[in-house]
Design a protein around this ligand. Structure first.
Ligand code: NAD
Length: 379
């Protein structure tokens, strides 16, 4: 089978830039893909960050100036993984340069930035622009999404979804850009983790009507790396209690300081005819509880294995993990880039409109925290 090569430029060669490159290096893991990404150009303002790339890839361009990468006609698509204060400017310029874009969340540092990016996206329907969010590609989440779409839950009683970290529990961890409002944004942990929490609800059309937010700052200051201490300005933890337009309550959690949790993403749906839950803590299994009058209420645990949207060399009985979810997300992006409406998979990457829904909620959540009351979500 001949496969179309899509030449990528990476802007931002930190944690996530490397994760993308690693997924590209593992592309042979996928079967039946008719597009293959190539890391052609890399850009980071810090030249040291590109060294790992030149050690591991044959590159056509290495630059510290993203405008040089955007001017390169060999680059067809861009993955941009930079601090949140740069999203608006860079995403808009990437789109104006005529490049397809997989952007990172939160897709703009605040609501206005997201709206400005979205306006540029709408001016360029010929380009594919999506927002990174990999957890829905876990097989257990895919099963739950299908259950939602088939109406398997009956009347939904309540939804909980969350993304919990303990990466900031250690007060000795030095400050970084994610703890500063100027670079991470007022949203704090919501901008950092919240899109992951909202992706499935936004995809299935569960829209928060209002929100009562409980935001907390747990660690006030951190070592500044120069022998002193620096204030932590951003929210560490968020609990968002929402009434939805769909008529049931939805509780969303995004926490950077949740002892015992490392990258734990979960969803739990409770309904009159079925309930289901999945957590990346138990990535193999989903729990479901069908209910019929007179029948005992008992949770069923099913090991779901490696049943993925995009087939791989891995057998169905093996385990699925974080890097597999990134590979599946990238397979969906390439599938949609090449086939657009005719894409082969049925779960596309998060859309700019879905990112906007998350911004509308986070903006209302900040107002709710300030007023200590419930606030309507605009949109
Ligand atoms: N999808 C996920 O699971 C996930 C996980 C972590 C972070 N993220 C997102 O990815 C983005 C980047 O986060 P990260 O953890 O990779 O950050 P990082 O700090 O590890 O990397 C960011 C890189 O951007 C570079 N950079 C800064 N300004 C630049 C400029 N003007 N031009 C080019 N490069 C520049 C920095 O030097 C750094 O190497 C953020 O939007 C973050 O929210 C997503």
């Amino acid at each position: 089978m001949s496969r179309r090569t899509v030449r990528f430029g990476i802007i931002g060669c930190g944690l996530m830039g490397r994760e993308f490159a690693s997924a590209v290096a593992r592309w042979c893991h996928l079967l039946d893909t008719d597009a293959i990404p190539e890391i052609y150009a890399v850009c980071d303002a810090n030249p040291q960050a590109t060294e790992w790339f030149s050690q591991n890839f044959t590159l056509g361009q290495i630059t510290a100036d993203y405008r040089e990468l955007l001017a390169n006609p060999e680059v067809e698509a861009v993955y941009c993984a930079v601090p949140h204060n740069l999203h608006e400017k860079l995403y808009i310029e990437i789109i104006q340069a005529g490049k397809h874009l997989l952007a990172e969340k939160p897709f703009g540092i605040d609501l206005a930035a997201c709206q400005n990016i979205l306006a540029e996206v709408n001016r360029h329907p010929e380009l594919l622009v999506r927002c990174s969010s990999e957890f829905p590609f876990f097989p257990g989440v895919q099963r739950i999404v299908k259950m939602i779409q088939e109406g398997a839950f009956g009347k939904i009683i309540e939804v909980r979804s969350g993304f919990l970290h303990s990466s900031d529990l250690d007060p000795n961890k030095p400050i970084n850009w994610k703890r500063r409002i100027a670079t991470c944004g007022e949203y704090g942990c919501m901008g950092d983790l919240g899109m992951h929490v909202l992706h499935v609800p936004a995809r299935v059309g569960w829209k928060p009507k209002n929100v009562r937010a409980l935001l907390s700052k747990v660690v006030d200051q951190r070592p500044d790396g120069k022998g002193g201490m620096a204030p932590c300005e951003t929210w560490d933890n968020a609990i968002l209690a929402c009434e939805t337009e769909n008529g049931f309550p939805m509780v969303l959690e995004a926490k950077r300081i949740s002892p015992g949790d490392m990258n734990s993403w979960f969803v739990r749906i409770v309904g009159t005819e079925n309930s289901a839950e999945f957590s990346t803590k138990n990535p193999k299994s989903i729990r479901t509880m069908p209910y019929k009058s007179g029948v005992p209420q008992a949770w069923h645990v099913e090991d779901i294995g490696y049943r993925v949207p995009y087939k791989t060399i891995t057998g169905d009985i093996f385990e699925f993990g974080f890097s597999d979810s990134l590979l599946q997300m990238w397979a969906a992006f390439l599938d949609e880039l090449v086939h657009r409406e005719g894409m082969k998979g049925d779960f596309r990457c998060a859309t700019p409109q879905e990112a906007l829904v998350s911004h509308q909620l986070f903006t209302a959540a900040l107002a709710s925290q300030k007023a200590s009351s419930t606030v309507m979500v605009d949109g």
